[in-house]
Design a protein around this ligand. Structure first.
Ligand code: BES
Ligand code: MN
Ligand code: MN
Length: 456
């Protein structure tokens, strides 16, 4: 392991330069205007995996953006780690809020600023470099397979079928993912939960055309007024979601489990200060950590309609729209929740408007065990490099494919992420600490080592 540390140290600048090259390609999966860049990104990853020493590297076509696959099988009798990551990023708008352009990576205060710096190019690329270091030092202790996709940020809809059709190729003992966050650089943690997701778009239609808001206002339903009221009614005075049956399948934690969760360090004042808010908000009876970790939510992601241009236009719009996401926890099912939402949303609409609910992507919640061999290996690896045992935490975000890995491939996942809340994922000025990038590269080989040893 000393040789490895030396190798990483000696190649530090190149490891950064290569990541920068990856960050310069705007691989925005949500916007078809970037489809060429998506292919360029996949090709770059293929080249880098080959250079690192992977065999059979290929760009696998799907119905959407391709998946990059590569492997190193040193001995079929040894365990196999399947590394998953994503090369697509979220849109970078609003661009004017970035201090430096999102696809021109820049270092400030020991941090790399760029869209995807943490989520997930930076975290994914740590795995390529850790693999290279193990290969170049003849210390790869087990087999490895890489599967890097380009559609995570848009719901991974083609990855499920890819897994179903490639069960043999993807056969592994464990899935290893770095796409989550830790509590702090001096408080390492491992996510043992991800929330599921139901995502819908709603359309509310009033009159058959935009109307003069003076001539018709007051006599014809305004779809924006109605939509705002419908959305507002979906939370009650305790900030609980009012959709009938919404909480039916939610697993309530025991008092012991909640006490255990409450032991994780959390500074509410710091949290509020970081976000520039005077108070937090959420479901009555639950702490902030519980509200994001173990409770389901409903949020409007965007709402539009009518006139939003310069100055004013007196108009009673014909249509109003919103994009709404619901984060789910065990044992809620995204299909069922989408159905409950649709029924309820339709039922609360007054006869003066028509509504259409269009379901987008979904994903199921997951909780990973803390008494498993793979959790132990990850815990030991982080303890080794951070000098502290990591705390198990429940993350609020979603990685929809993780539930499917277990269902389709029968493999458990370890979420060994190295990000921080301050990395501003999906926000302007996303960044990733240089410390975290190299800490990840240093820690990953220990996971391989301990996992291979524990599997013996
Ligand atoms: N890496 C995130 C998920 C994440 C971030 C989990 C931090 C835990 C902590 C992932 O790229 C992501 O953003 N997922 C989307 C899923 C969606 C677009 C289907 C999400 O959570 O919104
Ligand atoms: Mn991610
Ligand atoms: Mn993301």
């Amino acid at each position: 392991m000393e040789n490895l540390a030396k190798y990483i140290q000696e190649n530090k600048q190149r490891f950064l330069d290569e990541l920068f090259e990856l960050l310069r390609i705007p691989s925005i999966s949500a916007d078809p205007a970037y489809s060429k860049e998506m292919i360029r990104t996949a090709e770059y990853i293929k080249t880098q995996l080959e250079a690192a020493g992977a065999d059979n590297v290929e760009i696998c076509e799907t119905g959407g953006y391709p998946i990059v696959y590569g492997e190193k099988i040193i001995d079929p009798s040894l365990p196999t780690i399947l590394v998953y990551g994503h090369y697509d990023v979220q849109p970078a708008v609003p661009l004017e809020l970035w201090t430096t352009p999102p696809f021109e990576p820049t270092i400030r205060n020991e941090r790399i600023y760029a869209r995807g710096a943490c989520d997930d190019k930076g975290q994914m690329y740590m795995h390529v470099k850790a693999f290279e270091a193990m290969m170049k030092n003849n210390s790869l202790p087990c087999n490895v397979k890489f599967m890097i996709e380009g559609e995570e940020e848009v719901g991974s809809s083609n990855l499920g079928p890819f897994c179903i059709n490639n069960k043999e190729k993807l056969k592994a003992d464990v899935v290893l993912i770095s796409d989550t966050s830790m509590i702090a650089n001096d408080i390492p943690s491992i996510d043992v939960g991800l929330r599921g997701l139901s995502y819908v778009e709603v359309e509310v239609t009033g009159p058959n055309r935009d109307l003069h808001s003076g001539v018709y206002g007051g006599a014809v339903a305004n779809p924006i007024n109605i939509l705002a009221k419908m959305i507002a009614s979906m939370h009650d005075e305790n900030n609980r979601i009012t959709i009938p049956g919404f909480y039916d399948d939610v697993v309530e934690l025991s008092a012991d489990e909640r006490n255990e969760m409450a032991k994780a360090p959390f500074d509410l004042e710091e949290y509020k200060k970081d976000l520039g808010i005077d108070d937090v908000w959420g479901e009555k009876g639950y702490s902030t950590i519980e509200r994001t970790g173990i409770r389901p939510t409903l949020d409007v992601n965007g709402i539009w309609g009518g006139y939003t241009g310069e100055g004013s236009k007196t108009v009673l719009p014909s249509k109003a729209y919103a994009k709404i996401s619901m984060r789910l926890v065990p044992n809620q099912s995204s299909e069922k929740i989408t159905k409950l939402f649709t029924e309820y949303f339709t039922s609360i609409a007054p006869p003066s408007v028509k509504v259409v609910v269009k379901p987008h992507h979904g994903g199921e919640p997951v909780v990973t065990p803390t008494d498993s061999l793979e959790f132990k290996a990850a815990s030991m690896a982080m303890e080794k490099t951070f000098g502290k045992k990591p705390i198990p935490t429940r993350g609020g975000g979603s990685i929809p494919i993780v539930a499917l890995f277990e269902k389709v491939l029968g493999v458990k996942t370890v979420l060994m992420g190295f990000g921080l809340d301050i990395d501003a994922l999906h926000s302007p000025n996303e960044s990733y600490g240089i410390f975290n990038y190299f800490k990840g590269i240093e820690t990953i080989p220990y996971f391989y080592k301990y996992y291979a040893e524990l599997k013996k």
